[in-house]
Design a protein around this ligand. Sequence first.
Ligand SMILES: C[S@@+](CC[C@H](N)C(=O)[O-])C[C@H]1O[C@@H](n2cnc3c(N)ncnc32)[C@H](O)[C@@H]1O
Length: 270
Amino acid sequence: MHEGIGRIRDTTFGEVMHSVNDPAEEARSLYVEQSRLIERLHEADPAPLVLWDVGLGAAANAMAAIHAVEAGGGDLNLRKLILVSFENDLDSLRLALRHTKWFLHLRHAAPGELLANGRWSSGKNAIEWLLLGGDFRSRKHDAAPPDLIYFDPFSYKADSELWSLQSFRELHALCSGKPAELFTYTYSTRVRAAMLAAGFYVAKGRATGPKAETTIGLSARAAATAHHRELLGEEWLGKWRRSDAQAPLGSLANDESWREAVTGHPQFRR
Ligand SMILES: C[S@@+](CC[C@H](N)C(=O)[O-])C[C@H]1O[C@@H](n2cnc3c(N)ncnc32)[C@H](O)[C@@H]1O
Protein backbone atom coordinates (compact mmCIF):
# COMPACT_ATOMS: atom_id res chain seq x y z
CA MET A 1 0.00 0.00 0.00
CA HIS A 2 1.34 3.43 -0.94
CA GLU A 3 -0.47 6.76 -0.63
CA GLY A 4 -3.76 4.93 -0.12
CA ILE A 5 -3.35 2.94 -3.34
CA GLY A 6 -2.98 -0.84 -3.24
CA ARG A 7 -0.09 -2.42 -5.15
CA ILE A 8 0.57 -6.10 -5.77
CA ARG A 9 3.98 -7.73 -6.10
CA ASP A 10 4.05 -10.98 -8.09
CA THR A 11 6.31 -13.38 -6.23
CA THR A 12 7.06 -15.50 -9.33
CA PHE A 13 8.06 -12.63 -11.62
CA GLY A 14 9.21 -10.29 -8.83
CA GLU A 15 7.46 -7.32 -10.43
CA VAL A 16 5.00 -4.88 -8.92
CA MET A 17 1.92 -4.11 -10.99
CA HIS A 18 1.76 -0.40 -11.88
CA SER A 19 4.82 0.15 -9.67
CA VAL A 20 5.29 3.86 -10.29
CA ASN A 21 1.93 5.21 -11.41
CA ASP A 22 -1.53 5.35 -9.93
CA PRO A 23 -3.07 2.30 -11.68
CA ALA A 24 -6.45 3.92 -12.25
CA GLU A 25 -4.84 7.02 -13.77
CA GLU A 26 -2.52 5.00 -16.00
CA ALA A 27 -5.43 2.81 -17.09
CA ARG A 28 -7.48 5.86 -18.00
CA SER A 29 -4.77 7.80 -19.78
CA LEU A 30 -2.59 5.21 -21.47
CA TYR A 31 -5.26 2.71 -22.39
CA VAL A 32 -8.83 4.04 -22.34
CA GLU A 33 -8.32 7.63 -23.52
CA GLN A 34 -5.47 6.90 -25.89
CA SER A 35 -7.36 4.08 -27.57
CA ARG A 36 -10.35 6.45 -28.05
CA LEU A 37 -12.51 3.66 -26.72
CA ILE A 38 -15.67 5.74 -26.46
CA GLU A 39 -15.19 7.21 -29.96
CA ARG A 40 -14.73 3.72 -31.36
CA LEU A 41 -17.95 2.63 -29.65
CA HIS A 42 -19.77 5.49 -31.35
CA GLU A 43 -18.74 4.29 -34.82
CA ALA A 44 -21.65 3.37 -37.07
CA ASP A 45 -20.66 -0.26 -37.25
CA PRO A 46 -23.13 -3.02 -36.39
CA ALA A 47 -20.31 -5.34 -35.28
CA PRO A 48 -19.30 -5.36 -31.61
CA LEU A 49 -15.99 -3.76 -30.68
CA VAL A 50 -13.62 -6.40 -29.35
CA LEU A 51 -11.13 -5.25 -26.72
CA TRP A 52 -8.39 -7.58 -25.49
CA ASP A 53 -7.08 -6.95 -21.99
CA VAL A 54 -3.79 -8.86 -21.90
CA GLY A 55 -2.81 -9.46 -18.29
CA LEU A 56 -5.99 -8.85 -16.27
CA GLY A 57 -4.00 -8.58 -13.01
CA ALA A 58 -6.06 -6.58 -10.53
CA ALA A 59 -8.34 -5.42 -13.37
CA ALA A 60 -7.39 -1.73 -13.33
CA ASN A 61 -7.39 -1.49 -17.13
CA ALA A 62 -10.53 -3.58 -17.64
CA MET A 63 -12.47 -1.67 -15.00
CA ALA A 64 -11.31 1.67 -16.42
CA ALA A 65 -12.85 0.60 -19.74
CA ILE A 66 -16.09 -0.48 -18.05
CA HIS A 67 -16.29 2.71 -15.97
CA ALA A 68 -15.73 4.85 -19.08
CA VAL A 69 -18.60 3.15 -20.90
CA GLU A 70 -20.87 3.35 -17.87
CA ALA A 71 -20.10 7.05 -17.44
CA GLY A 72 -21.95 7.51 -20.74
CA GLY A 73 -25.12 6.61 -18.83
CA GLY A 74 -26.33 3.77 -21.02
CA ASP A 75 -26.22 5.38 -24.47
CA LEU A 76 -28.28 3.02 -26.62
CA ASN A 77 -26.50 4.11 -29.80
CA LEU A 78 -23.18 2.62 -28.76
CA ARG A 79 -21.74 -0.49 -30.37
CA LYS A 80 -21.62 -3.47 -28.07
CA LEU A 81 -18.30 -3.89 -26.24
CA ILE A 82 -16.84 -7.37 -25.92
CA LEU A 83 -14.04 -7.17 -23.38
CA VAL A 84 -11.83 -10.26 -23.26
CA SER A 85 -9.41 -10.50 -20.34
CA PHE A 86 -6.50 -12.95 -20.41
CA GLU A 87 -4.89 -14.09 -17.18
CA ASN A 88 -2.93 -17.15 -16.11
CA ASP A 89 -2.90 -16.38 -12.37
CA LEU A 90 -6.06 -15.04 -10.76
CA ASP A 91 -4.54 -14.64 -7.29
CA SER A 92 -3.94 -10.90 -7.78
CA LEU A 93 -7.59 -10.25 -8.51
CA ARG A 94 -8.70 -12.50 -5.63
CA LEU A 95 -6.38 -10.65 -3.26
CA ALA A 96 -7.40 -7.19 -4.47
CA LEU A 97 -11.09 -8.08 -4.20
CA ARG A 98 -10.57 -8.80 -0.50
CA HIS A 99 -9.15 -5.27 -0.04
CA THR A 100 -11.40 -2.97 -2.01
CA LYS A 101 -10.63 -0.08 0.35
CA TRP A 102 -7.25 0.10 -1.43
CA PHE A 103 -8.50 -1.00 -4.85
CA LEU A 104 -11.37 1.40 -5.34
CA HIS A 105 -11.90 0.48 -8.98
CA LEU A 106 -13.07 -2.97 -7.83
CA ARG A 107 -16.10 -1.62 -5.96
CA HIS A 108 -18.42 -2.92 -8.63
CA ALA A 109 -20.33 -6.18 -9.14
CA ALA A 110 -18.47 -7.07 -12.34
CA PRO A 111 -15.05 -8.33 -11.13
CA GLY A 112 -16.52 -10.66 -8.49
CA GLU A 113 -18.91 -12.13 -11.03
CA LEU A 114 -16.15 -12.50 -13.60
CA LEU A 115 -14.09 -14.47 -11.07
CA ALA A 116 -17.04 -16.66 -10.08
CA ASN A 117 -18.49 -17.35 -13.53
CA GLY A 118 -15.83 -16.41 -16.05
CA ARG A 119 -18.14 -13.74 -17.50
CA TRP A 120 -20.18 -10.69 -16.65
CA SER A 121 -22.57 -8.73 -18.76
CA SER A 122 -24.28 -5.43 -18.37
CA GLY A 123 -27.58 -5.31 -20.19
CA LYS A 124 -27.82 -1.56 -19.78
CA ASN A 125 -24.55 -0.65 -21.46
CA ALA A 126 -24.22 -3.67 -23.71
CA ILE A 127 -20.90 -4.78 -22.30
CA GLU A 128 -19.91 -8.41 -22.28
CA TRP A 129 -16.80 -9.24 -20.22
CA LEU A 130 -15.20 -12.65 -20.70
CA LEU A 131 -12.29 -14.22 -18.85
CA LEU A 132 -9.95 -16.51 -20.76
CA GLY A 133 -7.84 -18.19 -18.10
CA GLY A 134 -4.49 -19.83 -18.84
CA ASP A 135 -1.63 -18.81 -21.04
CA PHE A 136 -2.30 -15.94 -23.42
CA ARG A 137 0.04 -17.56 -25.95
CA SER A 138 -2.53 -20.30 -26.57
CA ARG A 139 -5.75 -18.68 -25.35
CA LYS A 140 -5.56 -15.80 -27.83
CA HIS A 141 -6.59 -18.23 -30.56
CA ASP A 142 -9.89 -18.84 -28.71
CA ALA A 143 -11.07 -15.23 -28.77
CA ALA A 144 -12.75 -13.11 -31.44
CA PRO A 145 -10.09 -11.02 -33.25
CA PRO A 146 -9.43 -7.71 -31.51
CA ASP A 147 -10.09 -4.13 -32.54
CA LEU A 148 -8.13 -2.85 -29.55
CA ILE A 149 -5.47 -4.51 -27.39
CA TYR A 150 -4.38 -3.27 -23.98
CA PHE A 151 -1.05 -5.11 -23.80
CA ASP A 152 0.01 -5.07 -20.16
CA PRO A 153 2.03 -8.17 -19.23
CA PHE A 154 5.05 -7.93 -16.94
CA SER A 155 8.15 -6.42 -18.53
CA TYR A 156 10.16 -8.30 -21.14
CA LYS A 157 12.95 -8.70 -18.60
CA ALA A 158 10.63 -10.74 -16.36
CA ASP A 159 8.38 -12.36 -18.97
CA SER A 160 10.21 -12.36 -22.30
CA GLU A 161 7.99 -14.78 -24.22
CA LEU A 162 5.04 -12.44 -24.65
CA TRP A 163 7.35 -9.78 -26.10
CA SER A 164 9.12 -12.02 -28.60
CA LEU A 165 9.13 -11.73 -32.37
CA GLN A 166 7.10 -14.92 -32.66
CA SER A 167 4.53 -13.66 -30.17
CA PHE A 168 4.07 -10.38 -32.07
CA ARG A 169 3.91 -12.23 -35.40
CA GLU A 170 1.03 -14.34 -34.08
CA LEU A 171 -0.69 -11.29 -32.63
CA HIS A 172 -0.30 -9.37 -35.88
CA ALA A 173 -1.77 -12.26 -37.87
CA LEU A 174 -4.79 -12.37 -35.56
CA CYS A 175 -5.63 -8.69 -35.98
CA SER A 176 -4.59 -8.19 -39.60
CA GLY A 177 -8.18 -8.40 -40.87
CA LYS A 178 -9.21 -5.36 -38.81
CA PRO A 179 -8.14 -1.75 -38.25
CA ALA A 180 -6.67 -2.84 -34.91
CA GLU A 181 -4.48 -0.94 -32.48
CA LEU A 182 -2.32 -2.23 -29.63
CA PHE A 183 -1.33 -0.04 -26.66
CA THR A 184 1.52 -0.84 -24.33
CA TYR A 185 3.57 0.92 -21.66
CA THR A 186 7.06 0.16 -22.94
CA TYR A 187 9.09 2.13 -25.46
CA SER A 188 12.00 -0.28 -25.55
CA THR A 189 13.89 -0.26 -28.85
CA ARG A 190 14.03 -4.04 -28.88
CA VAL A 191 10.28 -4.40 -28.41
CA ARG A 192 9.50 -1.78 -31.06
CA ALA A 193 11.84 -3.60 -33.46
CA ALA A 194 9.99 -6.87 -32.76
CA MET A 195 6.65 -5.22 -33.47
CA LEU A 196 7.89 -3.70 -36.73
CA ALA A 197 9.49 -6.96 -37.85
CA ALA A 198 6.20 -8.72 -37.08
CA GLY A 199 4.35 -6.37 -39.44
CA PHE A 200 2.85 -3.78 -37.10
CA TYR A 201 3.16 -0.10 -37.91
CA VAL A 202 4.60 1.45 -34.77
CA ALA A 203 3.80 4.86 -33.33
CA LYS A 204 4.80 6.86 -30.27
CA GLY A 205 2.35 6.61 -27.41
CA ARG A 206 1.78 9.28 -24.79
CA ALA A 207 4.02 9.72 -21.76
CA THR A 208 3.07 8.11 -18.46
CA GLY A 209 4.68 8.76 -15.09
CA PRO A 210 8.47 8.70 -15.55
CA LYS A 211 8.23 7.26 -19.09
CA ALA A 212 8.72 9.88 -21.77
CA GLU A 213 6.85 7.76 -24.32
CA THR A 214 4.91 4.55 -24.67
CA THR A 215 4.08 2.54 -27.80
CA ILE A 216 1.14 2.00 -30.14
CA GLY A 217 1.08 -0.80 -32.72
CA LEU A 218 -1.27 -0.52 -35.72
CA SER A 219 -2.36 -3.24 -38.09
CA ALA A 220 -1.90 -2.35 -41.78
CA ARG A 221 -5.62 -1.65 -42.04
CA ALA A 222 -5.45 0.74 -39.07
CA ALA A 223 -2.39 2.42 -40.61
CA ALA A 224 -4.40 2.99 -43.80
CA THR A 225 -7.05 5.02 -41.90
CA ALA A 226 -6.79 8.66 -40.76
CA HIS A 227 -5.32 7.46 -37.47
CA HIS A 228 -3.48 10.66 -36.39
CA ARG A 229 -0.79 8.61 -34.65
CA GLU A 230 2.84 9.73 -34.73
CA LEU A 231 4.56 6.88 -36.55
CA LEU A 232 8.24 6.28 -35.80
CA GLY A 233 10.39 7.71 -38.59
CA GLU A 234 13.98 8.09 -39.76
CA GLU A 235 15.12 9.42 -36.40
CA TRP A 236 14.04 6.26 -34.61
CA LEU A 237 15.51 4.07 -37.36
CA GLY A 238 18.88 5.82 -36.92
CA LYS A 239 18.72 5.25 -33.18
CA TRP A 240 17.89 1.58 -33.74
CA ARG A 241 20.82 1.21 -36.19
CA ARG A 242 23.21 2.59 -33.56
CA SER A 243 21.70 0.50 -30.78
CA ASP A 244 23.21 -2.69 -29.39
CA ALA A 245 19.65 -3.92 -28.73
CA GLN A 246 18.59 -4.36 -32.35
CA ALA A 247 17.58 -8.01 -32.39
CA PRO A 248 14.00 -8.74 -31.35
CA LEU A 249 13.62 -11.07 -28.40
CA GLY A 250 13.40 -14.69 -29.47
CA SER A 251 15.03 -14.14 -32.88
CA LEU A 252 17.36 -16.91 -34.00
CA ALA A 253 21.08 -16.38 -34.61
CA ASN A 254 20.87 -17.96 -38.08
CA ASP A 255 17.83 -15.97 -39.21
CA GLU A 256 18.28 -12.24 -39.57
CA SER A 257 15.23 -11.69 -41.80
CA TRP A 258 13.92 -9.37 -39.08
CA ARG A 259 16.64 -6.87 -40.04
CA GLU A 260 15.27 -6.42 -43.57
CA ALA A 261 11.71 -6.44 -42.20
CA VAL A 262 12.54 -3.45 -39.98
CA THR A 263 14.60 -1.39 -42.45
CA GLY A 264 12.27 -2.16 -45.37
CA HIS A 265 9.08 -1.54 -43.38
CA PRO A 266 6.59 0.54 -45.42
CA GLN A 267 6.25 3.08 -42.62
CA PHE A 268 9.81 4.27 -43.32
CA ARG A 269 9.15 4.66 -47.04
CA ARG A 270 6.70 7.53 -46.68
C1 LIG B 1 1.39 -5.95 -15.03
S1 LIG B 1 0.25 -7.16 -14.57
C2 LIG B 1 -1.26 -6.59 -15.28
C3 LIG B 1 -1.93 -5.47 -14.57
C4 LIG B 1 -3.36 -5.30 -15.04
N1 LIG B 1 -3.46 -5.01 -16.46
C5 LIG B 1 -4.17 -4.31 -14.25
O1 LIG B 1 -4.75 -3.41 -14.89
O2 LIG B 1 -4.26 -4.43 -13.04
C6 LIG B 1 0.62 -8.50 -15.67
C7 LIG B 1 -0.36 -9.67 -15.57
O3 LIG B 1 -0.12 -10.52 -16.68
C8 LIG B 1 -0.32 -11.86 -16.26
N2 LIG B 1 0.40 -12.74 -17.19
C9 LIG B 1 1.75 -12.87 -17.33
N3 LIG B 1 2.06 -13.77 -18.30
C10 LIG B 1 0.85 -14.22 -18.77
C11 LIG B 1 0.49 -15.17 -19.79
N4 LIG B 1 1.43 -15.81 -20.49
N5 LIG B 1 -0.82 -15.41 -20.02
C12 LIG B 1 -1.79 -14.74 -19.31
N6 LIG B 1 -1.49 -13.83 -18.35
C13 LIG B 1 -0.19 -13.57 -18.08
C14 LIG B 1 0.27 -11.87 -14.85
O4 LIG B 1 -0.20 -12.95 -14.08
C15 LIG B 1 -0.18 -10.51 -14.32
O5 LIG B 1 -1.41 -10.62 -13.63
